[in-house]
Design a protein around this ligand. Structure first.
Ligand SMILES: Nc1ncnc2c1ncn2[C@@H]1O[C@H](COP(=O)(O)OP(=O)(O)OP(=O)(O)O)[C@@H](O)[C@H]1O
Length: 352
């Protein structure tokens, strides 16, 4: 188990002339459950490969429990890895596959077997232990890969690279919760790479959100929802994401492009750059009083209904309160405590 620290870490692939990972300092606490979340090409795999030792960063250092491992190859870092596609020995039984990483380390058979049965139970593989891996489907095989990653409790960290890609959609939610449960029982530092916000938010205590080679926020799922530090986080997390409207801000008031004035919960100093007002659809509701809006359509998402609106010429998503019919002259009410101001994409701090 390890605390992983990055010092002025950055990476540019040879010949590319730019950073795939921009300079950063960060600490991942021992036994934490972290997710690296971001769209394709944002640098997740680059960062993961730097942690595993597959890639040597072009700048900066990686420390495991204070020891510099930057130049160490994967086999000397004591990390377990689970990839997108199953890595299993087809001719071995499930039990033999799961025991393999333990046998390799000379763990006694009895202790190894107890551990294998425990992990198999947690992954729902207990009844398959004596079946040959080749007779299993892709889902089961990937469970074995997960199990092989999880079976050792002496590793510095377990790295998961989009491990549910090949898993059948209806099994995904089950495995997500099982992984979370496993982390509670096996307090090892776990790093989970995904572009899927549901996977990240279910699994992680802390989510590292990346965009264009940059870590834009590290926070609990609640913090990413309540206080996105960057418009990218506001937009990327949530379904639909945060509404962002260009505006001008003076003190405690925002003026939208269409001239609407909105009272703010905090006072802002003079801001420069591109200024935007952000509010999540959950905190914007159709109401009898408020800003006049044009209603375009209602989307029924099952548990809630989203009103697609136009506000000052911009698209806007709001919640249609339960039991409310579609009002003939819709108005929009914004929860003032949930309004945020962004300058050039970054959250601006106001004063209460
Ligand atoms: N071996 C390489 N040589 C040159 N450029 C690379 C290499 N690997 C990745 N890149 C570039 O570095 C950037 C980050 O890529 P990376 O694979 O880390 O992103 P990612 O978030 O993991 O994306 P994905 O989810 O698609 O794997 C991208 O612009 C990519 O094109």
């Amino acid at each position: 188990m390890a605390r992983i620290a990055f010092e002025r870490l950055a990476h540019g692939y040879p010949g590319s002339g730019q950073y795939a990972l921009k300079p950063m300092d960060m600490v991942w606490e021992d036994a934490g459950a972290y997710a690296l979340l971001g769209p394709s090409g944002c640098g997740k795999t680059t960062l993961l490969n730097i942690v595993s030792g597959l890639l040597r960063p072009s700048e900066g250092r990686v420390l495991f429990d204070g020891a510099d491992v930057t130049a160490l190859p994967p086999e000397r870092r004591n990390v377990a890895q689970v990839f997108q596609f199953p890595v299993v020995y087809d001719t071995m039984t499930v039990r033999e596959n799961l025991a393999f990483p333990l046998r390799n380390r000379g763990i006694a058979a009895r202790a190894a077997n107890a551990r294998v049965e425990h992990v198999a139970g947690l992954l729902g593989l207990a009844r398959d232990l004596d079946r040959r891996a080749r007779n299993l489907g892709a889902d089961e095989k990937q469970k074995i890969s997960l199990g092989r990653g999880l079976v050792r409790d002496d590793v510095a960290a377990i790295l998961f690279d989009e491990p549910l890609t090949v898993i059948d959609p209806h099994l995904k939610w089950e495995l997500r919760s099982r992984l979370k449960e496993l982390h509670r029982q096996v307090p090892v530092t776990m790093i989970y790479v995904t572009h899927d916000q549901t996977e990240a938010l279910t699994f992680a205590d802390r989510v590292v959100v990346m965009s264009e080679g940059e870590v834009v926020q590290v926070g609990t799922p609640e913090a990413l929802f309540d206080r996105p530090a960057h418009t990218f986080v506001g937009h990327f997390i949530g379904s639909p994401g945060m509404n962002l409207l260009p505006c001008a801000v003076a003190g405690r008031e925002a003026v939208l492009e269409g001239g609407h004035r909105i009272a703010l919960p905090r006072a802002y100093p003079a801001l420069t750059g591109r200024i935007e007002l952000g509010i999540r659809p959950e905190f914007a509701t159709l109401a009898r009083d408020g800003l006049p809006v044009a209603l375009q359509r209602i989307e029924d998402l099952g548990r809630r209904r989203i009103a697609r609106l136009e506000l000052g010429g911009r698209p806007f998503a709001a919640t249609l309160p339960e039991g409310m019919g579609v009002p003939p002259e819709p108005r929009l009410a914004l929860d003032p405590a949930r309004l945020h101001i962004y300058a050039d994409g970054r959250l601006a701090e106001g004063e209460a």
